[in-house]
Design a protein. Sequence first.
Length: 118
Amino acid sequence: MPDKILFEFDEPVVVHLRFAQGRLIDSRFEAFTVQYLFTADEGCFYLSDTAGGLLNARLRASGVVAGQPITITKRAVTNPHSTRPVTEYFPRVCAEAFPVLEGDSEIVVALKRSLNQR
């Protein structure tokens, strides 16, 4: 089983998702509930149906593709209906440090892609 990715508040975590979206699965802990499973090269993480659905929508809106490095930050957002904050996850697409250019040879392209995936 892959390692579990843990998120701390306001600490960005870089992941390379294996799939562009999380997968909706049945929860092992509570009957008749679901949760989202996100798998990445670094491990996996689970989110509730609400947080996972919201992260999926944000990933889709950002145009994230599988294998692309993204930074996910867990934030406490104020709730207008309660004093308790809501936990949300915000993805941000990472810019490639070594962009592939049109005139690059095959070996240079392969090297840049391997460096960008770190």
